[in-house]
Design a protein around this ligand. Sequence first.
Ligand code: ADP
Length: 497
Amino acid sequence: MQQHLSINDEVRKFLSQDKLLLIDGQWQESRSEKTINVENPANGDTLSQLIHGGQEDINRAVEAARKAFDSGPWRSMTGSERSRRLWKLADLIEQNTDTFAQLESLDNGKPYTVAKAADVPLSVDIFRYMAGWSTKIHGKTIPLSVPYTPDSSYLSYTLKEPVGVIGQIIPWNFPLLMAAWKLAPALACGNTVVLKPAEQTSLSALKLGELIMEAGIPEGVVNIVTGHGDTGSFLVDHPMVDKLAFTGSTEVGKQIVRGASGNLKKVSLELGGKSPNIIFADADIEAAIEGAANAIFFNHGQCCCAGSRLYVEKSVYDKVLSGVCDFADKIKLGNGFDLSTQMGPLISREQFDKVCSYIDSGKREGAVVQAGGSGLDQAGYFVKPTVLAKTHKNMQVVREEIFGPVVAAIPFSSEEELIEEANDSNYGLAAGIWSQDVSKAHKVAEKLRAGTVWVNCYNIFDASLPFGGYKESGWGREMGDEVLNLYLETKSVCIKK
Ligand code: ADP
């Protein structure tokens, strides 16, 4: 039975309000006249209007963050006090689960059920996890043996200090979660932030801004400026920003590195991927088929770690291919507010055209469409889950990130050849291995040049597990204790006794 959700009162009220900028603890108008139309990708309806923030807006936001860092209470507050406020924010997000899940579904197109089961609880979790770290950040004492002062002794220790004003630029595929991944560690470490959400999906970040104020996070600590890429570039170029954290495409990541060179601000990047998902003949094949389908089709393939290159050992290739195609054919596409929907639309017309043109390029280069292979001829940006066979390593669909529900299936016969092909990519974000031979899985995991390797599972995320890329997939690791390195400076203090 098809059950269609209704927009709840809170979401209705939120959508009808003017969307302003959060600067210095106040919702402020922009000095720029420009706006951005917010569209529901499932049907093209207009949901709201956003401010397209200009240079002046970014300047005000950065100045507020600077003032809050240099002279506000946040940095000097005890870890325990910061922790309580981050924990309170987590509670508030949790209490607003329905509202966030609805906003994500309307704004991004993903099923409400998915946003409710994954995006929102993962966002709550990272705030709680990072709230715990606020009280556990410390340096160490280090014994010295300075060779040229043999008669002196020293007490030396390190201090861990926040980096300062952080610019954070995030994408549209997991709008709330990406904001949470960025904000939680930066705040736990005592930094202040200017956040620039993606122009396609800023609604949940603005709603989060309301809760940030309600949680008692002091004014100016989190500032939110909506806008297009140029708004982000003003933040990248700004000389008062100490660090820039970015998640998005590798192409924009490279522009950010160039832009950040003005004041050599620190940069961390979580970029694209073309992740190999490998099925050995000794795998639990039914589990591997389902896992391979979910690896590529989860979030409509709009995941930087999507398992978009499916390598299957020759003896089970036909079985796996037909299983993944069956799975793809059965996925129910639809509006994210239909509770039976399993896959929503892509985010935008631009993304729809890009994904369809990749499918066409695959066909032109000789790939055979075994499932899907086109968009849906209806309102909204729906693309059918697509499986391409007879692909090879030189095709665009095997080399480039498509960021849509399109998987290239490739047979392999030897482990050596497999490792070489799997690593033959500019990217190195994630990989999957399906095998019941634990020893083989360990060995292959070691040889893969990827920041995350999932074995007999895929897309498993946890606030405690570092995530990030080798090669052109990025710089640094998000989550776990490792992310703290991105938001802390180390100061060495040396005292002559
Ligand atoms: P996608 O291709 O998935 O849309 P992008 O890398 O283009 O991803 O965008 C991710 C984020 O980066 C968005 O918030 C976007 O506005 C921002 N952005 C795009 N171009 C730039 C730029 N030149 N400088 C800074 N931010 C940018």
